[in-house]
Ligand binder design. Sequence first.
Ligand code: GCO
Length: 418
Amino acid sequence: MKQLNQKKFLWGTATASHQVESGNFYNDWWLWEKEGKIKTGDSAHPSCEHNLRYKEDFYLIKFLNNNSYRFSIEWSKIEKEEGVFDENEIEHYLNMLKEMKIRDIEPILTLHHFTIPQWLYHKGGFENPEFPEYFSKFVSKVVPYYKELANYWITINEPVIVALMGYIFGDWPPGIKNRKRAFSVLKNLAFAHAQAYDIIKEKKKDSLVSIAHNLMIFKPATWNPLDYMVCHLLDSWFNMAFLKTIIEGRIYSPIGKKEFHPELKNKLDYIGVNYYTRSFFKFGIRGFAEYKRKNVPRSDFGFEIYPEGLYEVLMRLKPFGLPVMITENGMADKKDLYRPDFLKTSLKSVSRAIKEGVDILGYMHWSLMDNFEWVEGYSKKFGLLETDFKTQERKPRGSAYLYQKASLINPNTDSFDF
Ligand code: GCO
């Protein structure tokens, strides 16, 4: 197992540039919005103006007793035109990192969180066989500026979701519904991650690099063995294939046919995991279908509230023998009715997994404040802080005070006495 210079448990929250910044006019999601694809008609501009108010937001991060913060930099602002890098934008994120340093906030820097520059989108985006090279040029440009201030890196946020939402369900850009094209996107993302991993490690060898990987719990709707088979397949496709590809170097189905590529092997220093919910599935004549159980508590998003699942997911990752960071965990809950208990049970899951031998680096709650939830606009409220998008005021919800208390505990040494 790779040794980590891990001294403290990282308590933080997570955000993403397009979801919290103003002025994101240069990426594919801005085009998607102009095509009327945001269900609520909301615009991602100006959102929370985090790019203008980050000092105030860092003050609130310290108010939460957090010692860490996961955020993403916006490729499309830095490289508005192919090969032309905007030094002011690069410096903007450098200033953010400097402010975090003086406030003792450990950054977890995400290089790619769903959005790509419009010039790349018009060249086929994630499907372009040169996508890994385009991403590598961007990574090679920015890492030297940030490497002394960032130790933890996330190359790509949720590569499987990029392929699923943009190329299978078609709800996200570019709105394709074609499995074959989705799998070729995933292959490109695996090589893009691996190349970015090598660049970061070459620039600063003790950097710790991962992806933020969305893991879902799949449960059979009945005792029918076919339902179990469906869930096993979904787990291997959605949860395991991409992870195993960038650990073992073999391109696992459905992305590939287990062909070996040495450049993909051992490209994770820790596993970043985003966990939200579980779903029930059953076998059907057309393959499989989700089975929406009745009379179970659900978030405002309609996801089943199942924080115990975080323990199951963490134990699922234990055999990989790598440290784990919870890079996202949270729920849409405008009234903060369920979030307090969700948070307590989620953190107890972390504690239990640590006691059972999982090396957990930290916990990043999604999210610091209400923000632009992709095609849902501002209708889904994930923030510990409520955002007033007219006044830009951030107001702590009840859960914020719970998280403030929890963040004073080191789960490696103490248990939560909620
Ligand atoms: C994701 C993304 C976030 C979401 C969050 C709530 O997992 O889709 O990382 O951008 O906003 O998960 O849905």
